[in-house]
Design a protein around this ligand. Sequence first.
Ligand code: 4NP
Length: 154
Amino acid sequence: MRVLFVCLGNICRSPTAEGVLRHKLRLAGLDNLVEVDSVGTGDWHVGKGVDPRTAEAALQRGYDLSALRGRQVALADFARFDLILAMDKQNLQHLQRMRPAASTAEVDLFLRRYQSARDEVPDPYYGGPAGFDEVLDLVEHACDALVHELRRRL
Ligand code: 4NP
């Protein structure tokens, strides 16, 4: 199984989800069976590390995001990944417009799929420090449900 998280810049929300899911898959003993990556719909941060505020908030909870680098979503991702999960509706719309007709990837809104009380992970980029913790809360909760789904499907 291959899972791809998608946000706008690939420096806050989707790398957080990538780090959290990698961690939870390791704990579940599924890390050898699932490949995880993240991308942005935009190209501003290609090749760059994650936002320092994201890195710090994640590290506080034990997730090391220092190795992650920004990448922009590409057409090839629709052939490579089984599950493509968007952080908000704007990202989802971008993916749906871009998706090749032949792709069998499931493209979905991350939180909605896992029955969270919210359906979008709010963009923390222009807000205060609490926004980065909120991203982690939402992502951790949804990743627990995602790990359950992956365990069932593997
Ligand atoms: P992300 O947050 O989509 O969660 O990575 C953003 C990061 C950068 C920008 C927007 C959102 N930006 O406009 O540069």
